[in-house]
Design a protein. Structure first.
Length: 80
């Protein structure tokens, strides 16, 4: 965690993604901005490259969520 940076944007801190769900949300936001025409032409040109990582991030975050639910339901109730 010591090598992670916090970026500043419009007077607010923007931390880097910490997990697959954060990456999924970031990529989805970027793609939505591109589709809305809010990002520059280079970003529009790069939009195709975001699809595969976005799908992988969605898949991974869904697996993380399912695993967390399974772990929560399988925790021992007591040690006796």
């Amino acid at each position: 965690m010591g090598n992670r940076h916090i970026y500043l944007s419009d007077d607010k801190e923007v931390p880097p993604p910490q997990n697959a769900s954060d990456v999924k949300n970031l990529l989805a936001d970027v793609m939505a901005g591109i589709r809305a025409g809010k990002d520059g032409s280079q970003a529009r040109d790069d939009a195709g490259y975001l699809g595969t990582p976005l799908l992988k991030a969605i898949e991974t975050s869904e697996i993380e969520q399912r695993l967390a639910k399974l772990e929560a339901t399988n925790e021992p109730k007591g040690s006796n």
